[in-house]
Write a protein that binds this ligand. Structure first.
Ligand SMILES: C[S@@+](CC[C@H](N)C(=O)[O-])C[C@H]1O[C@@H](n2cnc3c(N)ncnc32)[C@H](O)[C@@H]1O
Length: 271
């Protein structure tokens, strides 16, 4: 992010809505599925987890409660303040592209945000190289991306495509992956971002010196259901949504139907 891009990220999150995003609607599905992937791969506590772009601590706080040694870094001063207020002492303002943490100091790096907020490939590469630098040999990277088709599918399901401005944003998303909100102060859409194709995410992570162990679609197609939040609150609805997502999480022909992608990777041991 250029300083102007960073300002845009900070301004977008300044409304404070991010803290509760995962507690309703499709956020419930995103969070439950992300936890399920984390539970499958994280080493046992007390491993050192660096949560880069950790927001207000949606994952950092529960992980700290489970006994992990968690540090959080985020571009947004508001999110860092919220994470600290909720009890996470090791939370600081910082940039994924230039971490102050020592080399080989983390067992796990979570990168659940910065890759989609960095529209330039060179910036995403720097963030990934920083993750690799701070990871111990054999450490684990869990990196999230927003899927290339998320705005198209969301626009269809929620009738946002009726707005020609949104339709224009989607057209550029599909063409180049660059999601540009022309007027973030006025338009109620996501801020400037980068939307990955699954194979692109895999390649970017591999090029930064990782072996990609798994690449999964997070939500599966269920995030598009208008009553997804309600279903997640009922045991059988929740079971069906989670099971559907898990069943097709690695299916190449469906992975792009999720809103988010998660890559699980380890430093490749070459240099
Ligand atoms: C959608 S939130 C995700 C928060 C949390 N990780 C989660 O998955 O729910 C994206 C977060 O990434 C942060 N972020 C964006 N670009 C960043 C960067 N270059 N360095 C650090 N944090 C960044 C934002 O400030 C925001 O808190």
């Amino acid at each position: 992010v250029t300083p102007a891009d960073a300002d845009q990220v900070i301004a977008y999150y300044a409304t404070g809505g991010e803290r509760d995003r995962l507690t309703h609607g499709e956020g419930l599905l995103e969070a439950a599925r992300t936890w399920s992937v984390l539970d499958d791969h994280l080493p046992r506590p007390p491993a050192a987890v660096l949560d880069v772009g950790g927001g207000a601590g949606a994952y950092a706080l529960p992980l700290a409660e489970r006994g992990y040694a968690v540090s959080l870094v985020d571009l947004s001063p508001l999110h860092v303040e919220q994470a600290r207020a909720a009890g996470l002492r090791a939370a600081e303002v910082g940039d994924a592209r230039d971490l102050r943490q020592a080399a080989a100091s983390a067992d796990v790096v979570l990168l659940l945000g910065p890759l989609y907020h960095l529209p330039e490939a060179a910036d995403r590469s720097r963030a990934l190289q920083e993750a690799r630098r701070v990871l111990r040999p054999g450490g684990l990277l869990v990196a999230a991306a927003i899927c290339r088709f998320a705005s198209l599918l969301d626009g269809l399901a929620r009738r946002l495509l009726d707005d020609p401005v949104f339709a224009g944003i989607v057209e550029e998303d599909l063409t180049s992956g660059r999601h540009v909100n022309p007027d973030p102060a006025l338009l109620p859409y996501f801020t400037t971002a980068y939307l990955h194709r699954p194979d692109e995410l895999r390649n970017e992570i591999a090029c930064a010196g990782f072996d990609v162990l798994r690449l999964v679609g997070v939500e599966g197609p269920g995030w598009l259901l208008p009553d997804v939040g309600e279903r997640m609150r009922h045991p059988e609805g929740r079971r069906q949504l989670l099971e559907t997502a898990r069943r097709v999480e690695s299916e190449p022909s469906l992975i792009g139907a999720s809103a988010h992608l998660l890559a699980i990777a380890r430093p490749d041991g070459r240099g």
